[in-house]
Write a protein that binds this ligand. Sequence first.
Ligand SMILES: CC(C)(COP(=O)(O)OP(=O)(O)OC[C@H]1O[C@@H](n2cnc3c(N)ncnc32)[C@H](O)[C@@H]1OP(=O)(O)O)[C@@H](O)C(=O)NCCC(=O)NCCS
Length: 154
Amino acid sequence: MRDIKFKNLDLSLIDKLVLFQKNFLDELNRNVFSKKELIRNLNSKYNSTYICLDQDSIVAFLSAQRILNYCEIHSLFVSPNSRRKGIAMTLLHNLIASCKEKKIDNIFLEVMESNKAAKNLYFKNNFKIYGKREKYYKFNDKEFDASLMKLYLR
Ligand SMILES: CC(C)(COP(=O)(O)OP(=O)(O)OC[C@H]1O[C@@H](n2cnc3c(N)ncnc32)[C@H](O)[C@@H]1OP(=O)(O)O)[C@@H](O)C(=O)NCCC(=O)NCCS
């Protein structure tokens, strides 16, 4: 992974992240962070956003929020040209290490039931499915179920 860097979000990366998300609006299901939200997240001790840069261009990010002693992954996205290089794995490992340091009990998330790539990534990191939400996502008038996944840290 030459020229690839992992960083916490900082002010200098906010505009770049807004633009990056705009390039993948459909893949992100239009579920993107505005500049205002990113600045608010940056100033909150409960939010973490990890960025991956390839030659100073953003190629991936992971955003998570701490709620009491839990952590919820809100968004994880790797640009299509940068996939299958271990980037999501590294972003997730960074989050897991930070949660362990903060003595967080578990990390949870929702993922589309049909999203095999993401589910494999989470299974590989010992996340388990603990529930299902029917018709949780709606795109183009179609409804999709969500799998609820959790990693127990303690
Ligand atoms: C899911 C996603 C984050 C994976 O990112 P990535 O950087 O390509 O993943 P990695 O290279 O770190 O892969 C780690 C593991 O995930 C699984 N995986 C990743 N992509 C996969 C695919 N296309 N098919 C099957 N398994 C896949 C594999 O187990 C892989 O390990 P391996 O390469 O040793 O087989 C990426 O495909 C993505 O951004 N998808 C669109 C957004 C999304 O689905 N986000 C998650 C929503 S919760």
